[in-house]
Design a protein around this ligand. Structure first.
Ligand code: SAH
Length: 364
C-alpha cells in the first residue's frame, strides 16, 4: 500500500464509495505517523479500513539484524517478504541523519571491485520495499536522530530499476508522503547515461556518478557498463544534465592501489571533469576476501587529492570509519542466510559522513 500515490489512493477510495479526502487521511497515517497497522487509523471509517486490509498490504520490512559501530553508524539487515535480505545503513552526524538505501537484491553491473556484484542480480526491489527501508529504519532511530537525508548507495544500481525508484522518489518527495526535499536525496549510479537524464528531468535530486577510472581501457575492466556508455559519452551526458544553478554532480572514485591512483590518473581526472560543475569524492577501497585489489594508502590518496585541488577542483576524501561493522555485515548475512564463503557479498557499508553539508556519504 505504501507504493500508492495520492491520486491512486483517491481513485480506490472513491470506487468504494467513500469521500476522496479519506485518501489524504490514510496517507497521513501511512507517512506522518508511519502507522504499522490499519487499525491505528482511527478517524478512517471502519468500512474503508476493512476494504484496504482485504486488498492491500502495509508492506512491512523486518529488521532482522543490527550491527552498531562505535561512531553511531548502524548497519541494518532487512528481511523481505520472500526471504531475501538487503542492507541499509543509518549514519548519524552532528547536523543530520542519513539513511543509505538499497535498490535491488544483488546487482547486474559486475563492477570488479564491488562485492555485491558477485551475487549477480537476484531481483529488483518494488517501490514499497524501497520505501519500506525508510519506515523500518525509522523505528531504529531515536527522536533526536530522525532521518533527514537519503542516499541510494546500498545494494544495486538504482537506475537499472527506474520505474520503482521513480515511484519511491515520488512518495518520498510528495507533500502527502514523506515530504523530503529532493536536495536531501542522492542517487548514485554506475553511469546509465540516458536514465540519468530522465531522472534529473523528473526529480531535482543530487546525482553521484561512480567514475573510478580515467581511461576507457581501465573503466571497461572496472565498470563493464562503460562499454555501453564510454567515458566521453558519459561525461557529455553529465555536462548536459539539467542541474539547477546551485547543484553539482559528485564523482565517486574508489582508490585502488597501483590501478587508478597515480599522479597521472589525477591529472587525467582533473582534465576530464574540468568542463563540469562537480566535486570529486575519493573513496577508500573496502577490501573483501578474494578481491583482486588493495586500498591505496592514505598518503597517496592525499597526494592524489592535492593534484585535484591544485587544479581548482573540489575533492574530498571519504574516511573509512565503521570498519568494524563492515565485518559484522558479512556475519549478518552468514547468520541469516548464506554459507560463510559467500558472505563477502556485502561490502556496501557507507562510512559516516564527515564532510560538509552538501557532501553525501559514500558506501565503503
Ligand atoms: N550502483 C550504484 C550505487 C551503489 S554502490 C553505483 O555504482 O554508484 C555505491 C558506491 O560504492 C559506488 O560508488 C561504488 O562504486 C562503491 N563501492 C562498491 N564497492 C566498493 C568497495 N569495495 N569499496 C569502496 N567502494 C565501493
Amino acid at each position: 500500500m505504501r507504493e500508492l500515490t495520492l491520486s491512486e489512493l483517491e481513485t480506490i477510495v472513491s470506487e468504494v464509495g467513500e469521500a476522496r479526502y479519506r485518501a489524504r487521511q490514510v496517507m497521513h497515517w501511512l507517512w506522518r505517523h508511519q502507522a504499522s497497522s490499519l487499525e491505528e487509523m482511527r478517524e478512517v471509517p471502519a468500512r474503508l479500513r476493512q476494504y484496504l486490509a482485504q486488498n492491500y498490504r502495509l508492506g512491512h520490512l523486518t529488521v532482522s539484524h543490527v550491527a552498531h559501530a562505535a561512531d553511531g553508524t548502524r548497519k541494518l539487515l532487512f528481511r523481505l517478504a520472500d526471504g531475501a535480505g538487503i542492507e541499509g545503513v543509518i549514519i548519524p552526524t552532528h547536523d543530520r541523519t542519513t539513511l543509505c538505501i538499497s535498490s535491488q537484491v544483488g546487482c547486474a553491473m559486475a563492477c570488479e571491485f564491488c562485492a555485491t556484484a558477485r551475487m549477480g542480480l537476484v531481483r529488483n526491489l518494488k517501490a514499497s520495499e524501497i520505501l519500506g527501508q525508510i519506515i523500518a529504519a525509522s523505528t531504529q532511530c531515536t527522536q533526536a536522530e530522525r532521518l533527514t537525508n537519503y542516499v541510494f548507495m546500498g545494494m544495486g544500481e538504482p537506475l537499472a530499476n527506474y520505474p520503482n525508484l521513480a515511484r519511491a522518489l515520488t512518495v518520498m518527495t510528495a507533500e502527502w508522503g514523506l515530504a523530503v526535499s529532493p536536495r536531501r536525496i542522492t542517487v548514485s549510479t554506475v553511469g546509465l547515461a540516458p536514465v540519468m537524464e530522465r531522472l534529473l528531468a523528473e526529480f531535482p535530486v543530487n546525482l553521484a556518478v561512480s567514475l573510478h577510472a580515467t581511461s576507457d581501457e581501465l573503466r571497461n575492466q572496472l565498470v563493464p557498463i562503460n562499454r555501453r556508455y564510454p567515458l566521453a559519452h558519459l561525461l557529455e551526458s553529465c555536462r548536459q544534465l539539467p542541474l539547477g544553478h546551485r547543484r553539482r554532480i559528485t564523482f565517486e572514485y574508489v582508490m585502488l592501489q597501483g590501478v587508478n591512483d597515480s599522479p597521472a590518473d589525477a591529472v587525467r581526472l582533473a582534465r576530464l571533469v574540468a568542463p563540469l560543475k562537480c566535486k570529486i569524492n575519493l573513496i577508500f577501497f573496502n577490501p573483501f576476501p578474494g578481491a583482486p585489489f588493495q586500498p591505496t594508502p592514505r598518503s597517496r590518496i592525499e597526494e592524489f587529492q592535492a593534484i585535484l585541488l591544485s587544479r581548482n577542483l573540489t575533492a574530498t576524501i571519504r574516511e573509512s570509519r565503521g570498519a568494524e561493522i563492515a565485518a559484522a555485515c558479512g556475519q549478518l548475512y552468514a547468520q541469516a542466510r548464506m554459507p560463510r564463503s559467500r558472505l563477502t557479498g556485502l561490502n556496501h557499508c557507507p562510512s559516516p559522513s564527515d564532510t560538509r553539508e552538501t557532501q553525501p556519504p559514500t558506501l565503503l
